[in-house]
Design a protein around this ligand. Structure first.
Ligand SMILES: N[C@@H](CCC(=O)N[C@@H](CS)C(=O)NCC(=O)O)C(=O)O
Length: 210
């Protein structure tokens, strides 16, 4: 199949909102320009980004934004998005739940010291424990291995990227043991997804390039 020319712009990080799209295109063998930007370059780029945010994707020169629109689009190209409407709804629900989690985390960015501690503790207690519990229930309802379609889809990539961030120990006042304690099945799912050969090869290449 002939794909359009794709260029994805996102932070030079092995995670975040743009990472599931990178993974989907990599797994699906979809050629794309992986335009990784630094935080320092953002003020210059921001004004030309749709909705003044990243990630954004240029498709034959036309630029779209919104990470879930992007990952759904490239997920379809990569055949990692369900065709069945109900399975697609299950996939979408997981995508949007993770987007909620990014939004909630974003609201704590920039806070400092005691204000950050209070906000992050509240985030974990009042939101993240609930989100992780519901996501674990959805995973169990779908058979325990994948979120939809009984196969790897972009929902698995998106949930894995979030659980990996939460388990990284780099987010102040979020214990790296949170996912394992609250939702052990999501922790196992994260490890399983990361062990998918195309994904482990991708991260090995990324580490080697650093
Ligand atoms: N709803 C948007 C949110 C995008 C968003 O907030 N992106 C962050 C990075 S993950 C960003 O661009 N931050 C810089 C800024 O807002 O200036 C999406 O899902 O793409």
């Amino acid at each position: 199949m002939n794909h359009p020319k794709l260029k994805l712009t996102y932070w030079d990080l092995p995670g975040g909102r743009g990472e599931p799209a990178r993974l989907a295109m990599t797994i699906g063998g979809i050629q794309f320009e992986d335009h990784r930007i630094s935080f320092a370059s953002w003020p210059e780029i921001r004004s030309s980004a749709p909705f003044h945010a990243c990630p954004f994707l240029e498709v034959d020169g036309y630029t779209i934004a919104q990470s879930n629109a992007i990952v759904r689009y490239v997920g379809k190209l990569a055949e990692l998005y369900p065709e069945d409407p109900w399975q697609a709804a299950l996939c979408d629900e997981a995508l949007d739940a993770v987007e909620d989690m990014w939004v909630k985390l974003g609201a704590t960015m920039g806070l400092k010291d005691e204000a950050l501690k209070t906000a992050r503790e509240a985030l974990v207690e009042n939101a993240y424990k609930h989100y992780l519990t519901v996501l674990a229930k959805r995973l169990a309802d779908a058979g325990g291995e994948y979120f939809a379609d009984k196969r790897l889809t972009i929902a698995d990539l998106q949930v894995m990227v979030m659980c990996r961030a939460l388990s990284s120990g780099t987010l102040d006042h979020i214990s790296k043991g949170l996912v394992q304690e609250v939702a052990p099945s999501l922790h196992d799912h994260m490890k399983r997804v990361l062990n998918t050969p195309a994904i482990s090869d991708y991260y090995s290449r990324l580490m080697a390039a650093k």
